[in-house]
Design a protein around this ligand. Structure first.
Ligand SMILES: C[S@@+](CC[C@H](N)C(=O)[O-])C[C@H]1O[C@@H](n2cnc3c(N)ncnc32)[C@H](O)[C@@H]1O
Length: 239
């Protein structure tokens, strides 16, 4: 992957032929029409949207630029689609922040091979420093394997389970991350979906909002929704 924001070019399928969307877009433009072709995300392979990647970029970039102390953590890394972007941002800042990734590596979605190995290969192919991997269920790896101080965390542990089960996992993650967050640290919550905001993104894991409502009921921080187009997410900043 050499583009950390758009992972694939759009294709149009007509019969059994496949045309690059760019050709279609050139044609549309030449006709003077104010539209562009855009390929829908594939829910089984694309773990985040372009808009979400832009949000990750600005949030992590700012945390590093303003010297918020601590390391970078992702709970639920799968094959590393977000993690590659996080490491790229760390590298572009020449920062000594360490990226720590946590996953059981046993949820396959549509991927058939060894997920952990694929993650390592993705970092090799992108020519990025390898992250520190913490293999296992969060219930075993947290809090023992968390860094002492954290400046940025991404919680992305949707696996298609029941909302109440997901709520409990999210609460476990939030409970153990929270005391290690530096002042000004940012936590991005994948799948945070608040109907009240008019968010048109998917409400793929309602357990995230259920957990946040309970966790922040008696804390000063508030979760804000971010525009993620097809997917939903939100974030809070540690006060
Ligand atoms: C949607 S994927 C993460 C996608 C990833 N952030 C990316 O950008 O490629 C969710 C991941 O959470 C992991 N996961 C879910 N519950 C977990 C738990 N209790 N302990 C460890 N990993 C878990 C799954 O194994 C899966 O890889």
């Amino acid at each position: 992957m050499d583009n950390f924001f758009i992972t694939q070019e759009p294709y149009i399928h007509i019969g059994n032929k496949r045309f690059l969307g760019r050709v279609g877009n050139t044609l549309i433009k030449s006709l003077g029409l104010r539209y562009t072709l855009h390929q829908h995300l594939d829910w089984t392979t694309d773990m985040n949207s372009v808009e979400q990647r832009i949000n990750y970029f600005h949030l992590l970039d700012a945390v590093i630029a303003y010297h918020v102390p601590g390391d970078v953590v992702e709970l639920g890394c799968y094959t590393g689609q977000c993690a590659l972007l996080f490491q790229k941002i760390i590298a572009d800042h020449n920062s000594d922040k360490q990226l720590h990734l946590y996953d059981s590596f046993d949820t396959h979605f549509s991927f058939k091979g060894n997920i952990e190995q694929e993650l390592v290969s993705n970092f090799e192919r992108a020519n990025l420093k390898q992250p520190v991997l913490h293999k296992g269920y969060f219930e075993q790896t947290l809090p023992a394997n968390l860094p002492e101080q954290i400046c940025f965390a991404h919680i992305d542990c949707g696996f298609g389970g029941e909302p109440q089960q997901h709520r409990e996992i999210m609460l476990h993650c939030l409970t153990h991350l929270y005391p290690r967050l530096s002042r000004g640290a940012v936590v991005v919550l994948m799948d945070y979906h608040d109907d009240q905001t008019g968010d048109k993104g998917a409400d793929a894991n309602p357990g995230v909002k259920l957990a946040c409502d309970a966790f922040f009921a008696d804390r000063p921080e508030k979760v804000a929704s971010l525009y993620g187009n097809e997917y939903s997410h939100g974030f809070f900043r540690k006060l």
